[in-house]
Write a protein that binds this ligand. Structure first.
Ligand SMILES: NC(=O)c1ccc[n+]([C@@H]2O[C@H](COP(=O)([O-])OP(=O)(O)OC[C@H]3O[C@@H](n4cnc5c(N)ncnc54)[C@H](O)[C@@H]3O)[C@@H](O)[C@H]2O)c1
Length: 254
């Protein structure tokens, strides 16, 4: 059996930023393999319509309006999920701010923008992980997967610094959560052509990034979904604290 065919029947997965892009693709893939998925997104309408699509395909899904930077809302959402489903097996900390607005010089982003970037991309990982931990503790195969970025290895802008912090948080939380049998890993995607990226990224910037890949094809959502399926499966049961780059070899260094 391939890792991507692993069955997650009876498992409960919470996916932040689950309303579109990677989050929706993760939810679709885990639901297709039997998990109940909770799509938690600041855009409650996007989350609800993504959940409806998954249910229409025969999956089990629900939606929650949730800002990952809002501790009280996160506590309420995760508490409800734990109560209704008896626990949480998989947490995907995927919600993130990554538009061109956060790939500018710090002075242009401004203090309020920088604060919001780190609140969502970094504090959101801590807030959701700590909220989920009691409900994940001792569940066989419990796994947290954080979404970092290839930008964490280049650091041209504050966005990359926030994603470098996600790599650090991954190693730290892996150490702390191991006592509860929870593995914590991250994926650092390169340029992946989601709807948002197609709509927002200038063509010359996309070409610049692709020229630094070793593999010349476009990165697709399924590349990141396959990495997620590996990191939540028993095939990675001896892997924790790692960040897996899925970039087509973008700006590879040793
Ligand atoms: N697409 C890429 O090429 C790429 C590359 C590297 C890393 N990433 C990372 O992957 C993740 C998902 O990217 P995507 O391309 O699918 O993005 P996207 O913009 O298509 O979707 C992000 C989702 O997160 C939600 N969101 C934003 N702020 C939130 C908050 N505070 N609380 C809850 N939900 C919130 C949005 O409403 C949206 O539905 C992000 O963390 C991003 O930084 C993406």
């Amino acid at each position: 059996m391939r890792v991507s065919d692993e069955i997650h029947h009876g498992k409960v997965a919470v996916i932040t930023g689950g309303g579109r892009g990677f989050g929706k693709a993760f939810g679709t893939a885990l639901a297709a393999r039997g998990a109940h998925v909770v799509l938690a997104d600041i855009d409650g309408h996007a989350a609800a319509s993504a959940a409806t699509e998954i249910v229409a395909k025969g999956g089990s899904a629900s939606a929650a309006a949730c800002d990952v930077a809002d501790e009280a809302v996160v506590a309420a959402v995760f508490g409800e999920v734990a109560e209704e489903h008896g626990g949480i097996d998989i947490l995907v900390n995927n919600a993130g701010l990554h538009s061109a607005a956060y790939n500018k010089p710090s002075a242009e982003i401004g203090i309020a923008g920088l604060r919001r970037l780190f609140d969502v991309n970094v504090m959101g990982v801590y807030i959701c992980s700590l909220a989920a931990r009691p409900a994940m503790s001792g569940r066989p195969g419990a796994a947290v997967v954080n979404i970092s970025s290839s930008a964490a290895y280049g650091n041209r802008a504050a966005y990359g610094v926030s994603k470098l912090a996600v790599r650090g948080a991954t190693a730290q939380l892996a150490r702390e959560f191991a006592a509860d049998g929870i593995r914590v890993n991250a994926i650092a995607p390169g340029l992946i052509f989601t709807d948002t990226i197609r709509a927002e990224l200038p063509k010359d910037e996309a070409a610049r990034v692709m020229s630094q890949q070793i593999l010349s094809r476009e990165g697709e959502e399924r590349d990141i979904v396959d990495a997620l399926l590996y990191l939540v499966s028993p095939a990675s049961s001896f892997v924790t604290g790692e960040t897996l780059r899925v970039t087509g070899g973008f700006a590879l260094s040793v």
